[in-house]
Design a protein around this ligand. Structure first.
Ligand code: NAD
Length: 295
């Protein structure tokens, strides 16, 4: 049994911390929102009075926060109080530059550190089926892998500091672009009088096949579990897809990579969100492409 501190007990962090308790660890948590603390307490997590207090006896510290500025703020605040030799892991989705700054803060205090963003959403967080994309030293990964495995199904070491965040935004840029391509094909099929099922049956077994089509099919029918069959309730919300695409564009600008389709995808999801659809599943972008998704 280890002492684990968990800061950020929201939609993802709450259930992830609960899985660590279920695995037999002693988890001390902290969140700014009282309701999140209450929900975590009910799952067996001890709630500390502050982020600093939560890490005092920690062997491992996990953060799951909204964005880079929150991670930098919390890591700067807690790093001096974390016992020497502990590991600090950030599982939030943040920009690569902030992730590398966070690693530098940890190094200043002789702490091992990992960036370990996840894919799999709230369902994966609850069911401990997340995929972790991990950046950091081989030594830090060796310490953290077993704990991450308690919250997920796959833990992939992607490289040095920031490599986990890099893998996450590259993967989600593929997904965002792909969903728009799939949606355009269904819209064209509708205009040509081709049924959704016919296009699905052909594309899913031909060169057009891909994970987004066979798992998140944007029209109701062919994939019964896709959000399209449930009024586009997320799933993976448009606003989160937009966040990841904007992170990819920030990284593309900083690194000089040409990502014209990533840029266009960010614009399309941005317009869709501006029209009031940020809370819908990202596959609902098909409605925007049909011209029927006004505010
Ligand atoms: P959330 O808003 O539900 O949770 C974030 C929590 O952090 C909130 O409870 C907030 O009160 C807390 N917080 C903010 N600042 C804090 C501070 N200084 N100290 C303590 N707590 C603080 O968000 P979420 O859906 O849990 O997402 C968390 C991260 O995971 C984000 O970076 C998101 O992009 C990423 N992510 C989310 C999903 C998803 O499906 N929700 C999937 C993959 C990755």
């Amino acid at each position: 049994m280890s002492n684990i501190a968990f800061i950020g007990l929201g939609n993802m962090g709450g259930p992830m911390a609960a899985n660590l308790v279920k695995a037999g660890h002693r988890v001390t948590g902290f969140d700014l929102v009282a309701a999140s603390c209450d929900a975590a307490r009910a799952e067996g997590i001890s709630i500390a009075g502050s982020a600093v207090e939560s890490v005092r006896d920690a062997e491992i510290v996990v953060t799951m926060l909204p964005a880079g500025k929150h991670v930098i703020g919390v890591w700067s605040e807690i790093a001096p109080s974390i016992p020497k030799g502990a590991l600090i892991v950030d599982c939030s989705t943040i920009d690569v530059e902030s992730a590398r700054r966070a690693h530098a803060i940890a190094a200043e205090f002789n702490l091992d550190s990992l960036d370990a963003p996840v894919s799999g959403g709230t369902v994966g967080a609850k069911g401990a089926t997340l995929t972790f994309m991990v950046g950091g030293t081989v030594k830090a990964f060796a310490i953290g892998e077993a704990v991450l495995a308690l919250m997920g199904r796959r833990v992939v070491h992607c490289g040095d500091a920031g490599a986990g965040q890099a893998a996450k935004i590259c993967n989600n840029m593929i997904l965002g672009i792909t969903m728009i391509g799939i949606s355009e094909a269904f819209v064209l099929a509708e205009k040509l009088g081709l049924s959704h099922q016919a296009l699905f049956d052909v594309a899913s077994t031909s060169s057009g096949s891909c994970w987004a089509l066979t798992t998140h099919c944007p029209v109701p029918g062919p994939v019964p579990t896709s959000a399209a069959n449930n009024g586009y309730k997320p799933g993976f919300a448009t606003e989160l897809m937009l966040k990841d695409l904007r992170l990819s564009q920030q990284a593309a600008l900083a690194s000089g990579a040409a990502t014209p389709l990533g840029a266009e995808a960010a614009q399309i999801y941005g317009l869709f969100q501006s029209a009031g659809h940020g809370g819908e599943d990202y596959s609902a972008v098909i409605n925007f492409l049909r011209g029927g998704a006004k505010a």
